[in-house]
Design a protein around this ligand. Structure first.
Ligand code: PLP
Length: 390
């Protein structure tokens, strides 16, 4: 019996691979410090957990409409409308099992086989694979200076089969946050070439230094007609395991998304929907305290990485990652970023993710979703690692 070509062509996520190797080393008694995590280390706020438990106790354990309970979609439309400064019709909101499945669902609804999706490097590791599973081709476009969108490069990458642009701001792995002007120019670019604009905003609440996240939905033009907003509660409310994501889609697409989802999984779990309602109503203070925790962690990570010889890293403006440039150390003992990240793990007990999987070769991504003390100890280990090489 055959394994399908589609399944055989997929490689596991690079981030999960490093985390698994670190876990295996820990199981052997090694004190590995992990900077590979893609999730906040805080617990889900207690009122959110209680809301789900109460929902179960009250018997809210059956199917709901595929797109979600009407009261959750309405609350979400109101909450998002206030944040994005646009009116959002609850009929355009659909709950998905995390952003991950939202990305895939949106691609299934926008792409025919062989069609192309443009992305901007560096990009989240899942995008090329999600496009591939959906039958399309992901075309990563090199960024401009500062890892920011380069419209000329995007234009040069267009083909007659290009159907969508997939963006992510705040960005994993670079931490870059696109400005309102950049967002407006990306909406305009998509309008000129009749593309869907898929906008993954999962890190929208994790922006530092007084900057603000801007959604392409908020910048006018014909955004309402072409922007497919993908976001959720995983990172903002420490709900990674709940699978609490959503899509806000243009009206003409929303019904199709629900039709496709109805044959894949149906609704997201009903208790999670009640947890989402609670997060909308009472999650604000938890979000603010998490934001306060992340700022000193970011500073400690940037300071530590800059203390390493020859390492360059810009200040990230959002998300919880630092993408550091290790090119000064590559080409000799370590042929590439994967070899270097493996050496960090095996020789310094520090887990971080090689950049190549994100379209950022010669870089290594460090997550600072871990306490400052761990970050400082990890950076000391890397200082000793490089000192040993001399
Ligand atoms: N989008 C980006 C850019 C991410 O980095 C991640 C997780 O690392 C996700 C989506 C996944 O979100 P979720 O857990 O809601 O599926």
């Amino acid at each position: 019996m055959n394994v399908s070509q589609r399944a055989a062509a997929i490689e596991p996520s690079a981030t999960l691979e490093i985390a698994a190797k670190a876990a295996a080393m820990r199981a052997q008694g090694r004190d590995v410090l992990s900077f590979s995590a893609g999730e906040p280390d805080f617990p889900t706020p207690p009122p959110i957990c209680r809301a789900a438990m109460e929902a179960i106790e009250k018997g809210h354990t059956k199917y709901t409409a595929t797109a979600g309970l009407p009261e959750v979609r309405q609350a979400l439309a109101k909450y998002l409308g206030a944040r994005k400064g646009v009116a959002i019709d609850p009929a355009c909101v659909l709950l998905t099992a995390g952003v991950k499945s939202g990305v895939y669902l949106a691609l299934l609804a926008c792409l025919d086989p062989g069609e192309e999706v443009l992305g901007i490097a560096p990009y989240w590791v899942t995008y090329p694979w999600a496009v591939k599973i959906a039958g399309g081709h992901y075309r990563a476009v090199a960024p401009g200076p500062g890892m920011r969108p380069d419209l000329a490069a995007l234009r040069a990458a267009l083909t007659p089969r290009t159907r969508a642009l997939l963006i992510n701001s705040p960005n994993n792995p670079s931490g870059v946050v696109y400005t309102a002007e950049e967002m407006a120019s990306l909406v305009q670019f998509c309008a000129e070439h009749d593309l869907w604009l898929l906008s993954d905003e999962i890190y929208e609440d994790l922006v530092f230094g007084g900057l603000k996240h801007v959604s392409p939905l908020s910048v006018g033009g014909d955004a309402e007609e072409r922007v497919i907003l993908l976001s959720g509660f995983s990172k903002s409310y420490c709900m990674t395991g709940w699978r609490a994501g959503y899509i806000v889609a243009p009206k003409r697409l929303a019904g199709h998304l629900s039709d496709v989802l109805s044959h894949i999984s149906g609704n997201i779990t009903t208790p999670t929907q009640h947890a989402i309602l609670e997060a909308i109503h009472s999650g604000g203070p938890y979000l603010a305290s998490m934001q306060r925790e992340f700022a000193p962690r970011r500073d400690a990570m940037v300071r530590g990485l800059r203390s390493l010889p020859g390492v360059r890293c810009p200040d990230p403006d959002g998300a919880f990652y630092v993408l550091a440039d290790f090119s000064a150390h590559l080409g000799g003992r370590w042929k590439d970023d994967a070899a270097l990240a493996l050496a960090f793990l095996e020789e310094a007990d520090v887990a971080a993710v090689p950049g190549a999987a994100f379209g950022a070769p010669k870089h290594v991504r460090f997550s600072y979703a871990t306490p400052v003390a761990n970050i400082e100890e990890g950076m000391r280990r890397l200082q000793r690692f490089f000192a040993r090489q001399q």
